[in-house]
Design a protein around this ligand. Structure first.
Ligand code: ZN
Length: 256
């Protein structure tokens, strides 16, 4: 396997389950339904291994009732399985950055036993409050140490992995800028569901705070204008083009 010790920061992407929801959930006013991936990233930094989100829990494998009707978690696609396929023991992961704590983003946290979980303070508090049924304590209250942050956070102190708040979808949603040797990636998650969300400033049919949501899209728009590759959170067409489980090459426009 390639290593960040030789090449600098490397970024990998893979999907960990799917969910089928009304399209308006992602783009207000759009008809029909969409089956969208839950997306996970591995950041290999010389000073540590980091996950951004963990997809769905493996408890959904084979589940046909309840949430199992809309969640599809294929066997062998949990975050732990994805890591082992890259020859990485899940216990080697140092940090899990959760964009937010919904079941399709923090569901695999339990499979990463020794990581420090990094969330924005308001996100942890809101998740624990029980106000929103898209949170499930069994996913995210899993015993690892939790580092609650407030605002921007430069994870390794060298500008390569910068966490920044992108609230609106939830109170403490956050995204990450990753500077690799081949370019900059922005791991958006649910502050930007689809490429069209950003192209058209097209909001979902509901969010925690509309003004914050719009402000987060503006931040992403600026980063995209400056040349970053945005990884849209749940865009099935975009994700069909993302090479999985290999170090991504971000050089040049339209690479992905
Ligand atoms: Zn969400």
């Amino acid at each position: 396997m390639r290593t960040s010790k030789d090449e600098g920061v490397l970024l990998y992407a893979f999907t960990c389950g799917y969910i089928t929801l009304p399209m308006s959930f992602f783009l207000d006013g759009e008809p029909g339904k969409a089956k969208v991936p839950a997306c996970v990233f591995l950041i290999d930094h010389p000073n540590g291994l980091v996950l951004f989100d963990t997809g769905f829990s493996d408890r959904f494998v084979g589940m046909e009732k309840g949430l199992g009707k809309i969640v599809d978690m294929p066997k062998g696609e949990s975050v732990a399985d994805r890591l082992r396929a890259l020859d990485i023991d899940p216990a080697r992961i140092d940090y899990v950055i959760n964009s937010h704590l919904h079941i399709d983003h923090a569901g695999g946290n339990a499979l990463i036993p020794d990581a420090t979980i990094i969330v924005q303070e308001p996100e942890w508090d809101f998740g624990m409050s029980g106000e929103d049924t898209a949170y499930d304590l069994q996913d995210f209250d899993t015993g690892q140490s939790v580092k609650r942050i407030a605002g921007d956070h430069d994870l390794f102190g060298d500008g390569t992995v910068i966490i920044f708040p992108t609230a609106g979808h939830t109170p403490g949603h956050q995204s990450v800028r990753v500077k690799t040797a081949t370019g900059e990636a922005v791991l958006a998650a649910d502050c930007c569901n689809m490429r069209r969300s950003l192209d058209e400033m097209h909001l979902p049919d509901h969010c925690y705070n509309v003004d914050q949501y719009r402000g987060s899209l503006e931040k992403l728009s600026q980063l995209r204008r400056n040349g970053a590759q945005i990884f849209y959170g749940h865009d099935p067409d975009f994700w069909a083009m993302v090479p999985q489980a290999q170090a991504l090459d971000l050089s040049g426009p339209g690479t992905i």
